[in-house]
Design a protein around this ligand. Sequence first.
Ligand code: NAP
Ligand code: GDD
Length: 403
Amino acid sequence: MNSGPAGLQGPSATFVNKALASTIRAGYGWRVIGGVLVPATQGTEMAKRAEGKVALVTGVTGQDGAYLSELLLEKGYTVHGVKRRSSSFNTGRIEHLYQDPHETDPRFILHYGDLTDSTNLIRLIQETQPDEIYNLAAMSHVQVSFEMPEYTANADGIGTLRILEAIRILGLEKKTKFYQASTSELYGLVQEVPQSETTPFYPRSPYAVAKMYAYWIVVNYREAYGIHASNGILFNHESPLRGETFVTRKITRAVAAIKHGFQGTLFLGNIDAKRDWGHAREYVRGMWLMLQQDEPDDYVLATGETTVIRDFVSHAFEQIDVKLRWEGEGVDEKGICTETGRVYVEIDPRYFRPTEVDLLIGNPTKAKEKLGWTHDTKWQALCEEMVAADLIVVAREQRGNGE
Ligand code: NAP
Ligand code: GDD
């Protein structure tokens, strides 16, 4: 089993305690950047002293932020990650990348920041002088965006504008390349099958509409100011680090919890939807490739295969030796164990969306031909990896709870 970049480690107090201990010892001449103590001179000097390229990654604490940071560090970059202030631990996915700031030239540095705060973004970009910015931060949950449409527009739409304006205000148009985490959700009510860079958009959620603004402001700043700014139109990509409320991870966690006896039933919404699922590790490589091109452009990253949610559920249950048969229709549909007759999966209409994206399937030909991007992991292997990882995670959590 591949354990993913965070080694599947759950929350730990190590990071916080190290920083706290350092604070007590530090006295003057030190400052806290993103929860990490660094010498006061380091913030602005760090970028200059680094031998390799400097990248600024927003959304560093998310699934893609973790995989991308690991890739960039492997390539010799200094990585500045932007994380949100949180009252609870939110760096579990990047804990393994943590570096003691007392080390000479630490190459992974965290900063507090938020896409809704322009002044913060301008200061961070000024201090770090990045060669490349990867804008991965977003309120990324489609269903939640119906509950928080204004915040989603602010963070996911205007947030992108704030970074592009910061690049312009600081005169970095020729130095700093920009990657925008665009999405297959832009295709929404799909106008063409499969979807490519030329397929018209028809967004179906506040999230997708916000991302559509972001997409076009990237194109506009590229054309208006010559910024090397590219959109990666990424289809769904998953991993053991996927957020627990996205459907694949919700399924694989539930399967693991059922196997360990901690959960009885998995409640899902529309299991007729179809998605084009790839592995996040392979997709972050595509992001990096986009910024290594001489010219900026927009690219679809996808596998070209689509799968109905129901099949992902069945395959996940097969990993714990449960074969499901499906009975009933709509809200009455159930996933039943063929051997025992036990009902494992039920439909809860609370998970239905006001407007749904029924089918996504991407055509990655351009990325293959121009970037040389490839993907290897099939959705079945992805599902197997996620179930295997969650079997370990759930067992560890239960041990932690003393159960
Ligand atoms: P994710 O796991 O949900 O991570 C999102 C990241 O954004 C987290 O680090 C989160 O911080 C941060 N964030 C949220 N709101 C913020 C704000 N206002 N200011 C600063 N940071 C904020 O998402 P992901 O799966 O890694 O996806 C990365 C990006 O690609 C997102 O923009 C997403 O919309 C886009 N995308 C994802 C997929 C996919 O299938 N995964 C496909 C297409 C596009 P916390 O950790 O504190 O919450
Ligand atoms: N989350 C969730 N929970 N989705 C469910 C459930 C459930 O219980 N039951 C069925 N689904 C269906 C959703 O209605 C949707 O059709 C599909 O499963 C996938 O849902 P998500 O995993 O939440 O992902 P998404 O496709 O809506 O959005 C993800 O991919 C986009 C790229 O296409 C997110 O990562 C977005 O940020 C990303 O842009």
